[in-house]
Write a protein that binds this ligand. Structure first.
Ligand code: FVH
Length: 339
């Protein structure tokens, strides 16, 4: 049995064991989180700034605390989900003493810099800290088909993994607390690229003309199966990118490049926005012009990276390069740490 299997097995064995958990913040997402803990049979203490929002959960069996301090001291595991890190700092900043010896799981959306600052504050407060991301909407909370990403102390994660499993499939992405936010941004980018690519092809295949008039539903039945092939390529190309070697196998870049011409032409012919097709054709053009026609598609990573430089390092790149993701700030300056 591998280490991963034994970890999974112990987590599964623990599922169903009642734990004590506190949820601070009962907005749309916080209420869903608290509801999932209640449904899983955990003793769930809840607190919200606007107190009335705790009523529905109390009716389902949650304990409504009179203050954030009372809520924090009720459980070894404290989950917070507010609209911003500013709110998190306001709520837990004065509660360093109460949080000592407990684990704070912060599921509030924020930047990598915010995550690291809050981790430093938690360490000073002698609290365990995990920064997490909920990869679904409130109605998906509690469904094991959806991922929840956590970054930070592996020990804290393993200690509370079984309880967190009430929310979805818990995945630890690394000890650096910035990583959950970085993964979140990257995965959302992947979703938008994929959905936009799909929309373009739905428009293309549904347009009047030769090969047109296919419904989105009929096309998507086929496209869904094609995604298995796309996943196969991603898995084959990832180690190539990590090693910096791009053997083409049977599908060299020049073949991709020729077919891209067909796509750009078909889009233009049908009056469909051809900019995404032109974007990847441009990347391929540059790679082919530089002598990489015989390499695999993965070679394009070098043209996607900042400045098209093979090492991907743009001048002046910030350590927290995805800073400002949700609070609109793009200057990389850290926000204020909790008081
Ligand atoms: N809802 C979703 O689909 C997304 C899915 C992806 C991740 N997000 C993030 O989750 C965080 C919370 O989102 P939410 O949908 O629960 O947000 P709201 O319904 O607007 O509730 C906000 C709660 O935050 C409380 N709050 C705000 N500021 C403060 C503060 N200074 N002190 C104390 N509490 C504060 C607010 O309290 P109240 O207004 O009811 O008194 C709500 O409980 C968010 O980061 C999303 O990006 C959700």
């Amino acid at each position: 049995m591998s280490t991963d299997e034994s970890v999974n097995e112990s987590a599964n064995v623990s599922i169903g064991v009642s734990a004590e958990v506190t949820v601070l913040g009962l907005g749309a997402m916080g209420a869903a989180l608290a509801g999932a803990f209640v449904d899983a049979g955990h003793r769930t203490t809840v607190w919200n700034r606007t107190r009335g929002k705790a009523d529905a959960l109390a009716a389902r069996g949650a304990v409504a605390a009179a203050s954030a301090a009372e809520a924090v001291t009720a459980s070894p595991l404290v989950v917070i989900c507010l609209s911003s890190y500013g709110g998190v700092h306001e709520v837990v900043g004065p509660l360093a003493g109460e949080l000592a010896g407990r684990t704070l799981v912060n599921l509030t959306s924020g930047s990598p810099v915010h995550a690291r600052e809050t981790a430093v504050w938690a360490e000073r407060s002698r609290a365990g800290y995990l920064d997490g991301v909920i990869m679904t909407t409130p109605s998906g909370v509690g469904d094991r088909g959806f991922l929840q990403l956590y970054a930070g102390s592996p020990t804290a994660f393993e200690e509370h993994r079984a309880t967190l499993a009430a929310l979805g499939e818990p995945l630890h992405v690394g000890a650096d607390t910035a990583l959950s936010s970085v993964y979140d941004t990257a995965l959302l980018g992947l979703m938008w690229s994929t959905l936009t690519g799909w929309l373009h092809t739905v428009a293309l295949i549904g347009a009047d003309g030769p090969g047109g008039n296919v419904s989105a539903t009929a096309y998507t039945e086929v496209a869904d199966r094609w995604m298995q092939t796309v996943r196969f390529f991603m898995r084959a190309y990832a180690p190539q990118i990590d090693s910096g070697h791009y053997p083409s196998g049977e599908f060299p870049l020049e073949l991709h490049r020729m077919t891209m011409d067909v796509l750009v032409h078909a889009c233009r012919l049908r009056g469909i926005d051809s900019r995404t097709a032109e974007l990847f054709r441009d990347l391929a053009d540059r790679a082919v012009a530089a002598g990489h026609a015989g390499d695999s598609y993965a070679r394009l990573i070098e043209y996607v990276r900042a400045d098209g430089r093979p090492d991907g390092r743009a001048e002046g790149r910030l350590d927290g390069h995805m800073e400002g993701r949700l609070d609109g700030r793009t200057d990389g300056r850290p926000g204020a740490a909790p008081a």
